[in-house]
Design a protein around this ligand. Structure first.
Ligand SMILES: Nc1ncnc2c1[nH]c(=O)n2[C@H]1C[C@H](O)[C@@H](COP(=O)(O)OP(=O)(O)OP(=O)(O)O)O1
Length: 200
């Protein structure tokens, strides 16, 4: 039986909402106007940002952050995309939800993953992020969070997903569960993931 480590009892956990937004281009130069009409078609390039500071720094990721008091999750997603990349989202589609628990911490990050399906503007460097377009065949997973390689295929296919990842520190995934469906219960995913950990 694997060591369960320093885990918080379920009734002491609390959630923090965050957003994570991805922008795709169907081709061309990744230009001024988002090609929302390409949704459902193969995506050619994805815009990622190199995080310059704070949590997750020195990694590529989508754009996003904490949802602020008084705003909806979608409003938070639009705001963070603008703050971090200078792009204006005209339409957002929810693509998935991911729960991140860290060994020894009662805080669970509840990350709402969106695709900006229509957007305007030119991506530019902000205080927080340096944007860069990547071909979807060359996504730099070795310079991203360790969980990304698990759920990115579902994001690329626009298949709704819900995931749970238990981290030790910021590098090591102790256990995870990923299911199709955009709103799978946290309790069920966590229970399944911890059972897997016990059986390892
Ligand atoms: N494990 C993992 N994989 C992929 N993406 C993420 C994680 N953990 C995460 O937190 N994230 C995402 C979720 C958010 O988009 C960012 C983190 O946002 P953060 O920088 O903490 O929030 P801001 O509100 O922008 O931060 P400050 O303004 O307070 O610096 O990473």
């Amino acid at each position: 039986m694997a060591q369960q480590g320093n885990l918080t009892p379920a009734d002491e956990l609390w959630m923090k909402d965050l957003t994570l937004v991805f922008v795709f281009s169907g081709g061309g130069d990744g230009g001024d106007v988002g090609d929302g009409e390409g949704v459902g078609l193969p995506r050619k390039r994805v815009l990622l940002g190199m995080k310059k500071r704070g949590f997750g720094s020195d990694r590529f990721n989508g754009f996003g952050g904490k949802v602020e008091p008084g705003e909806t999750v979608e409003q938070g997603a639009v705001r963070e995309l603008k703050e971090e990349s200078f792009l204006d989202a005209q339409a957002m589609e929810p693509r998935g939800q991911i729960y991140f628990e860290f060994e020894g911490s009662p805080k669970v990050l509840h990350v709402h993953v969106f695709e900006a399906t229509a957007w305007t503007g030119d991506a530019a460097e902000s205080d927080e992020m340096r944007p860069e377009w990547f071909d979807v065949a060359s996504i730099p997973f070795d310079r991203m969070w360790a969980d990304d390689r698990f759920w990115f295929p579902r994001l690329l296919a626009a298949t709704p997903f819900t995931g749970y990842f238990l981290f030790r520190g910021e590098q090591t995934i102790l256990t995870h569960v990923l299911e199709d469906g955009g709103d799978v219960s946290f309790d069920r995913l966590r229970t399944t993931a911890l059972k897997q950990l016990q059986e390892q």
